[in-house]
Ligand binder design. Structure first.
Ligand SMILES: Cc1cc2nc3c(=O)[nH]c(=O)nc-3n(C[C@H](O)[C@H](O)[C@H](O)COP(=O)(O)OP(=O)(O)OC[C@H]3O[C@@H](n4cnc5c(N)ncnc54)[C@H](O)[C@@H]3O)c2cc1C
Length: 449
């Protein structure tokens, strides 16, 4: 792919939190003085902090997606998968959906390829579990849970009913903790329409290897969230491992064994494995080590014109002190992107780069309707929030951070509709097999003799 040689070409890998924000800043700041290309395997950004609410039917899935072509009008968007990075040739191999490989050259490279689920070689895991990082996964979790309620209410077989109503979440960190608490809240709301089902028929199980959940909000609030979940009937198994889940039979290290129709894996992330398919140096965790100004570190100082940020990197957290690194979250990814874009503009202009410095604002998590926990750091003070104030703070912050005015408005409108008419209780698992009804109809048509 040729680029205009008269102006610098900035190639951005990944159109997620880092990629979209870098592209947006650069097109604003540089206008027609640079060519900006964004490559992502999806034509949209997924605002992941809202996925637990998608999984719980509280937000329409479309409303957590920002269409890259609509948002990034001044940039070229390529929908394709990064296959290889050759920095010595200043080129990136990209496979487009038709499996055609194209080579894209650059003057500046920005890497924001994020992370993928960190799985373990547990028997049955790859075949039976689902992740919780993509919008289609959150939709599938929602649809499966809601469809299972309908099926369980109609079956006479006790074992089948038990399996249909057992939902397992492996990992009690941010993603898993929020996802299970939101999903359980959805079930509680839906059960009012199922006179044949009792809340005690439904089993939500969290399998967590550590001795606590939600470490991101600190010890006290983690304990509060644990107590809250247990009081709501969510079974949280601490210091417990998933041993296997072959054929949907969950076996845990505490000796428990049960059939579960849904197994959601939220036990951590690892940097995008495509980074290993490059000539860039990676650290022991497989991440790109960055300087504080977000240039990627080489063996002898920063690599020329290569910047990176977000979940696929290790970036010094200067605000937290010597030796600290930024945790992988949207709060840092979004702000690193702004600093990174400004540093590229500075580099083009021949001005000195500025180090990334961001004081943690805190962490908020929703745990269902009107429930949440949060820790805010304001003016040197730590403010702990529980219940309704935490829930309101989390929703307000994420609406603020969700890209595009239209999506913010749609999310708020959706919440308002839910508040008036209760949230939707329909799961449509058939949507993954849309030709089935037509095939059945066609099969019943007599064959032409
Ligand atoms: C369920 C869940 C809840 C979360 N909640 C919070 C929260 O409450 N607060 C918070 O601060 N953070 C939260 N996070 C974390 C936050 O979403 C991430 O830290 C943030 O999105 C990281 O930004 P990124 O740009 O590095 O990666 P991403 O936003 O994941 O972007 C990476 C992009 O790269 C693309 N990509 C990947 N591989 C390729 C390839 N080979 N070729 C082309 N494109 C590729 C992907 O499609 C994606 O668009 C949550 C995450 C999850 C999963």
């Amino acid at each position: 792919m040729n680029t205009n040689a008269s102006k610098p070409h900035v190639l951005i890998l990944g159109g997620g939190t880092v990629g979209m924000n870098v592209a947006s800043e650069l097109t604003k700041k540089l206008g027609s003085n640079a060519a900006v290309t964004v490559v992502d395997s999806r034509p949209y950004l997924t605002y992941q902090p809202f996925l637990p609410e998608v999984g719980a039917g509280a937000i329409d899935p479309r409303n957590v997606l920002a269409p890259l072509r609509k948002v990034l009008k001044g940039a070229k968007v390529v929908t394709g998968t990064v296959d290889r990075i050759d920095h010595k040739d200043r080129s990136v191999q990209v496979k487009t959906d038709d499996d055609v490989a194209v080579s894209i050259n650059y003057d500046y490279l920005v890497i924001g390829l994020g992370a993928v689920p960190r799985t373990l070689p547990i028997p049955g895991l790859a075949e039976n579990a689902i992740g919780f990082k993509q919008v289609e996964e959150a939709i599938a979790v929602r649809d499966r849970i809601l469809a299972n309620l309908a099926e369980a209410a109609s079956t006479k077989d006790a074992e089948t009913r038990k399996r249909l109503l057992t939902f397992t979440f492996v990992g009690g960190g941010f993603a898993g903790g929020e996802a299970v608490a939101e999903a359980q809240d959805m079930v509680r709301a839906a059960l009012r329409y199922y006179p044949d089902l009792h809340p005690s028929d439904v089993r939500f199980v969290v399998v967590e290897a550590m001795g606590r959940i939600l470490p991101e909000v600190g010890d006290d609030l983690g304990k509060f969230a644990l107590k809250d979940m247990r009081e709501r009937g969510i079974e949280v198994k601490l210091e417990t491992f998933l041993n296997s889940c072959e054929d949907g039979i969950v076996k845990t290290s505490d000796g428990d064994e049960f059939a579960s129709d849904l197994i959601v894996w939220t036990a951590g992330i690892k940097p995008n494995p495509v980074l290993a398919n490059s000539d860039l140096p990676l650290n022991q965790t497989g991440r790109l080590d960055c300087m504080a100004d977000l240039r990627v570190k080489g063996e002898n100082g920063p690599l020329e014109n290569v910047f990176a940020a977000g979940d696929c990197t290790t970036v010094p957290d200067l605000a937290s002190g010597e030796g600290k690194v930024c945790p992988p979250n949207a709060q840092h990814a979004q702000r690193q992107a702004v600093r990174l874009a400004d540093n590229i503009v500075r580099d083009i202009d021949g001005r000195p780069l500025v180090d990334y410095f961001h004081k943690n604002l805190g962490t908020v998590a929703t745990l269902g309707m009107y429930k949440g926990v949060g820790q805010l750091f304001i003016g040197g003070k730590t403010i702990e929030l529980k219940g309704l104030p935490a829930w309101a703070a989390a929703r307000a912050y994420h609406v603020y951070a969700m890209p595009t005015f239209a999506r913010k408005a749609a999310v708020i409108a959706g919440w308002a509709t839910n508040a008036i008419g209760n949230r939707d209780i329909l799961g449509i698992p058939e949507s993954t097999d849309p030709r089935r009804a037509f095939e059945l109809a066609a099969a019943s048509t007599p064959k032409k003799k």
